[in-house]
Design a protein around this ligand. Structure first.
Ligand code: FCB
Length: 446
C-alpha cells in the first residue's frame, strides 16, 4: 500500500462532504425544509425511496467524524452550511440552534488543527424560496447575499476559506432541464434565468464575504469535464458543444472573464440588466475544481437542449457507477482550466464509488478506490509538473453518504458507514490516503 506524494510542502490535502448528504436531523432544532426534502418525497425520484432525513447522522456525530479526520491527518475539511438550518424560511428569521451547530463543528475542527473550508450552497435551497420561484426568481440573488452576510459575520473570525456555490452547472442543468435533481423541472426560460441569477448571487456573495471577513480567501466550485462526442457525426459533435457551453463555461466565464460564452450570450440577454456582468465578475482567489471523469455525449431529442449521455468506448475502464475512469482527462482538465482562467486551483472533489462490503474480518478492502486515487493524484502531479498551479486536493468523500438520485447505494467514502447502526469503519483507502498525506510532510519542497 505504498503512497508517495509528489506535492510540495504547503500543499493542502483534504476531504469534502455536503450538508444534505450527511447531516440528517432534517426536522430537528428548527431546521426548515429544503427543495431536496420535497424532491425526495416525490414518488420515483430517488432510488429505493431514500431521503436525507437521517443520512450519516453527522448532526449528532460530528465530533466522531472530526476525530476520524484527525486520524487521516488531513489539513482541511470542506463542508457546506444547510441554508434552511440557519434561516429556515431562507430569509428573515435566523435559527440560533442551527447556527450553533456549525459553531461546534468549526471549533472542533480548529481544535484538531483542521482548516474549515465553508461552502455556502450545496444544493439544499430553502423550500420557502423554492416556492417563490427559487433561482428562476432574480430576488434569489439578494436573499443569497443576505445569507452570505449572516455566515460571514457569524464565522468570519474563525473561517477564512469560502466557496460560494458547489457545481452551479450541475444543479441548474439537472434541476431545470435534464431531470434527476431538485426541483425536477424542465423549462428553458427557467434554466436561463437560474443560470444568470446564480451568477449574480455569486458576485453579490463575494462582495459580502470580502466586506465582512478579514483575510477571506474566496472561490466558487465548478465541475469541469471534457465533453466528448460519442462519434464523429455532426449531430453528436454539436450536442457535445452545447453541453460543453452549459456545463463547463456558463458559470466560470462570466464569473472570471466577465462574459458569457458566445453560444449562450444571446439566450441570456433578455434576462440581463446593463451592469450585471460587472457585478458577477468579482475578484476571487482561486478556482475550485470538482472532477470525476469525462462525458461522452450524443444528440437526444428528449430534452430542450438536445443533449444526452452516451457510453465511453468499450476499452475505457469504468467505476461501479459506470463512470469512465480516465486520469488523462483530469490532467487535461487541470491544464485547460489553468490556461483559461490563470487562477490557483484547488481540487475540491475527486473520488469514486465502489461496491464496498464489510468482510469476515470486519474490514472494508476497497482496492478499486485506491487504484483510482493513485492514478488521479499521479495525473494531477503531472499537470503540476507541466505548470498548472494546483494548491490542494480534497477527496470526495470522508464518509459514504446520500448520493442524490442514487440514494445510499453508491459508496464514495474513505470511511464505510453501516447505516442501520451508524457505525463508521475506515476502509483500506483511508489508510492509503493517510500515508499519502504523511508522505508530503516527509518530502519538503524541492
Ligand atoms: C458531485 C457532487 C457531490 C457528490 C459527487 C459524487 O457532483 O458535488 O455532492 O454527489 O458528485
Amino acid at each position: 500500500m505504498i503512497a508517495d506524494s509528489r506535492a510540495p510542502a504547503g500543499f493542502i490535502w483534504g476531504v469534502s462532504t455536503s450538508s444534505y448528504q450527511i447531516e440528517g436531523a432534517a426536522n430537528e432544532d428548527g431546521r426548515g425544509p429544503s427543495i431536496w426534502d420535497t424532491y425526495c418525497r416525490q414518488p420515483g425520484r430517488i432510488a429505493g425511496g431514500d431521503t436525507g432525513d437521517v443520512a450519516c447522522d453527522h448532526y449528532h456525530r460530528y465530533a466522531e467524524d472530526v476525530r476520524l479526520m484527525g486520524g487521516l491527518g488531513v489539513d482541511a475539511y470542506r463542508f457546506s452550511i444547510a441554508w434552511p438550518r440557519v434561516m429556515p424560511g431562507g430569509r428573515g428569521d435566523v435559527n440560533e440552534k442551527g447556527l450553533s451547530f456549525y459553531d461546534r463543528l468549526i471549533d472542533a475542527l480548529i481544535a484538531a488543527s483542521i482548516e474549515p473550508w465553508l461552502c455556502l450552497y450545496h444544493w439544499d435551497l430553502p423550500q420557502a424560496l423554492g416556492d417563490l420561484g427559487g433561482w428562476a426568481n432574480r430576488d434569489c440573488a439578494q436573499w443569497f447575499a443576505d445569507y452570505a452576510a449572516l455566515i460571514a459575520r457569524r464565522y468570519g473570525d474563525r473561517v477564512k476559506r469560502y466557496a460560494t456555490f458547489n457545481e452551479p452547472s450541475v444543479f441548474t442543468l439537472y434541476g431545470y432541464c435534464l431531470g434527476g435533481q431538485a426541483p425536477g423541472l424542465s423549462d428553458r426560460t427557467m434554466l436561463l434565468r437560474a443560470i444568470h441569477h446564480v451568477n449574480l448571487a455569486h458576485g453579490a456573495a463575494v462582495d459580502r464575504l470580502r466586506a465582512d471577513v478579514v483575510g477571506a480567501s474566496i472561490g466558487a466550485i465548478h465541475n469541469c469535464q471534457p465533453c466528448r462526442p460519442v462519434d464523429k457525426s455532426l449531430e453528436n459533435i454539436s450536442a457535445a458543444r452545447t453541453l460543453d457551453t452549459y456545463w463547463n463555461q456558463a458559470f466560470p466565464d462570466p464569473q472570471l472573464l466577465g462574459q458569457y460564452p458566445p453560444a449562450l450570450a444571446s439566450a441570456i440577454a433578455p434576462h440581463q440588466r446593463p451592469d450585471d456582468l460587472a457585478q458577477i465578475c468579482r475578484r476571487v482567489d482561486w478556482f475550485g475544481l470538482n472532477h470525476y471523469s469525462p462525458h461522452y455525449i450524443k444528440a437526444d431529442a428528449n430534452n430542450f437542449l438536445g443533449v444526452g449521455f452516451g457510453d465511453a468506448p468499450t476499452e475505457v475502464p469504468r467505476s461501479s457507477l459506470g463512470w469512465p475512469v480516465e486520469p488523462e482527462a483530469f490532467r487535461e482538465t487541470l491544464n485547460g482550466i489553468y490556461r483559461r482562467y490563470g487562477l490557483p486551483i484547488y481540487v475540491l472533489e475527486n473520488g469514486t464509488a465502489s461496491r464496498d462490503e464489510v468482510d469476515s474480518q470486519g474490514a472494508v478492502v476497497d482496492v478499486p478506490r485506491i487504484d483510482y486515487l493513485r492514478a488521479y493524484t499521479a495525473a494531477m502531479f503531472e499537470a503540476m509538473a507541466e505548470g498548472a498551479d494546483v494548491r490542494g486536493y480534497f477527496v470526495w468523500s470522508l464518509l459514504d453518504n446520500f448520493e442524490w438520485g442514487s440514494g445510499y447505494g453508491p459508496r464514495f467514502g474513505l470511511v464505510y458507514v453501516d447505516y442501520p447502526t451508524q457505525r463508521r469503519i475506515p476502509k483500506t483507502s483511508f489508510r492509503w490516503y493517510a500515508e499519502l498525506v504523511k508522505s508530503t510532510v516527509a518530502h519538503p519542497a524541492a
